[in-house]
Design a protein around this ligand. Structure first.
Ligand SMILES: Cc1ncc(COP(=O)(O)O)c(C=O)c1O
Length: 536
């Protein structure tokens, strides 16, 4: 590696043999005085001094440290950043509990059509009929898929849907004159279920799953009493297993006047195969940003519609969309409603994509998607069994959970396995979740991966398992072939550097104050790579 700091008086950064990864200065550190990325026509009006119009407090002498760049500097910088990123459009993304499947681009196009994207949310009802129709019909589709009576599209995310659902449960119990205090939550429920029950002011009572990874009805029977408002069941649960006793559990809970809340965020496993309403579920939320054409975890908006049975319908958030003859209206006159949970129509763009996805797939297509998601996960599970420890050795739904128990013998952890996968060009699976499984590796291949793509991932996982035995340091030092090695993830999460401050002296001339220690470039050169291998 040659550290070239200056060339003809210009800072060029370090020059290293990193191939297409290309080490590059931050955009704030690039450019040169007077360089411009625009070309505007000459003024055709007289130039005036801005200070004649604005108060001094609003004037800034200079933008400290603001870079001056050409168009090509900017385009290359952002193109490079996008290439360093990894997404579902780059490759298999087996992040369990996230359904990171490929989403058809045509649905993005539809959501961006002017008639949808440019309409003002305050447009009167008579002029928003198309939008209201879309939402009304989407509600109907989701009610049909889940086997429920009514749906609200307002909640912005899964956790938001949970809270909305539990607020409706509480409102209904209050209307009945009942002050119940507890909510039952199994240890295989998603973490948000625990938070929701507590934010909705309930005391959470944990139910231990049995040796098959599901809720034992006898346990529910033991814990269920007139103080329990509801049970919150994630189905399929966070072990990727179907809660096979849900109908029996619902009977027990209903017998004591409680409600069954189902976390239906993993609906990708169930569409067209089982209707949760038929199993006795009273209220369920769906993550549109997993199953219905919006990626989960993309940092963008989501939507967590909630579907309810008739008894909870009076408590739905307002406004409720109604159809009268051939027209649609928003009805705010719902005296028992829990109120509004999101401004205007919720995250409407996500709703459009879900609507387009459901229409284009049709009932048979949705069923096929779920069948393929389950088949792919079982194929993956079957082929990796023996290479990795499988804590619940039984057919899974859309995802499967392994552990690092075999690799522990070689002092290799789940984290090391995940990091080594990055060297092979894969996004790692979800790790250390669910919490009921020690050292969990949770994989969800989804229905949109081809057999070849899943086979490549499986072969890579097998190679990594062999490496753990033969050359464990390779895993412990992974990832090596990336721009950024192991980050201090706690520091990055707890103290994120969200603001750039001008380094002094500039980067390339020593460690500057503005340099972000937890994202410092750490690409090894070839010598370092071969040293780390030969040391083992
Ligand atoms: C089973 C389950 N429930 C709830 C949620 C929460 O959804 P959100 O992240 O949209 O709040 C998730 C998210 O992954 C989930 O997998």
């Amino acid at each position: 590696m040659r550290a070239l700091h200056r060339c003809c008086g210009v800072v060029v950064g370090k020059i290293r043999d990193t191939g297409l990864l290309q080490d590059e200065l931050l955009i704030f550190e690039q450019g040169g005085k007077g360089r411009k990325g625009y070309s505007l026509p000459r003024w055709d009006v007289e130039e005036v001094e801005v200070q004649n119009f604005l108060p001094p407090g609003l004037l800034r002498k200079e933008l400290k440290g603001f870079p001056q760049l050409s168009e090509v500097d900017v385009v290359r910088h952002f193109t490079r950043l996008s290439q360093w990123n990894y997404g579902v459009d780059s490759g298999l993304y087996p992040l369990g509990s996230c359904t990171m499947k490929y989403n058809p681009k045509v649905n993005e196009e539809i959501a961006r059509m002017g008639g949808f994207s440019k309409i003002h949310p305050c447009t009167p009802e008579e002029l928003s009929q198309g939008i209201l129709k879309l939402m009304f019909e989407l509600q109907g589709f989701l009610a049909e898929i889940t086997g429920m009576d009514h749906v609200t599209l307002q909640p912005a995310a899964g956790a938001h849907g949970e809270l909305t659902g539990m607020m409706m449960v509480r409102a209904c119990l209050q209307a009945r004159g009942e002050k119940r205090k507890k909510v039952l939550v199994p240890d295989t429920a998603h973490g948000t279920n625990c938070s929701t029950s507590s934010i909705a002011s309930y005391q959470m009572i944990e139910i231990k799953s049995n040796e098959n990874g599901v809720i034992p009805p006898e346990k529910v029977n033991e814990l269920m009493d007139e103080e329990v408002a509801a049970i919150m069941v994630t189905n399929p649960n966070t072990l990727g297993l179907f809660e096979e006793h849900l109908d029996k559990i619902a009977e027990i809970v209903h017998g004591k006047g409680g409600f069954v809340y189902c976390d239906g965020a993993n609906l990708n496993a169930l569409m067209g195969m089982v209707k949760l309403g038929d199993l006795g579920v009273d209220v369920v939320h769906i993550n549109l940003h997993k199953t219905f054409s919006t990626p989960h975890g993309g940092g963008g908006p989501g939507a967590g519609p909630v579907a309810v049975k008739k008894e909870l319908s009076p408590y739905l958030p307002i406004p409720v969309i109604e159809k009268q003859g051939d027209s649609y209206r928003l009805n705010d006159d719902q005296p028992h409603s829990i109120g509004k949970v999101k401004t205007f129509y919720g995250n409407f763009g996500v709703l459009i994509k879900a609507y387009a996805y459901i229409l284009s797939m049709g009932a048979e297509g949705l069923k096929k998607a779920s069948e393929m998601a389950v088949l792919n996960a079982n194929y993956l599970m079957k082929r990796l069994k023996g290479h990795y420890h499988l804590p619940y050795d039984r057919p899974c739904m859309h995802e499967c959970v392994f552990t690092d128990r075999i690799q522990e013998r070689y002092h290799v952890s789940t984290l090391d396995i995940a990091k080594r996968l990055i060297d092979y060009g894969f996004h790692p699976p979800t790790i250390y979740f669910p919490l009921v499984v020690k050292g969990a590796l949770m994989m969800e291949p989804t229905e949109t991966e081809s057999k070849e793509s899943i086979d490549r991932f499986i072969e890579t996982m097998i190679i990594v398992a062999e490496e753990a035995e033969e050359d464990p340091d390779l895993l412990r030092q992974a990832p090596q072939k990336v721009k950024v090695r192991r980050l201090d993830e706690v520091l990055a999460a707890r103290k994120p550097k969200l603001k750039w401050t001008a380094p002094s002296p500039r980067r390339g001339e020593g460690q500057g104050e503005g340099e972000t220690p937890n994202v410092k470039s750490q690409i090894p050169n070839n010598d370092q790579l071969s040293n780390s291998k030969s040391e083992n």
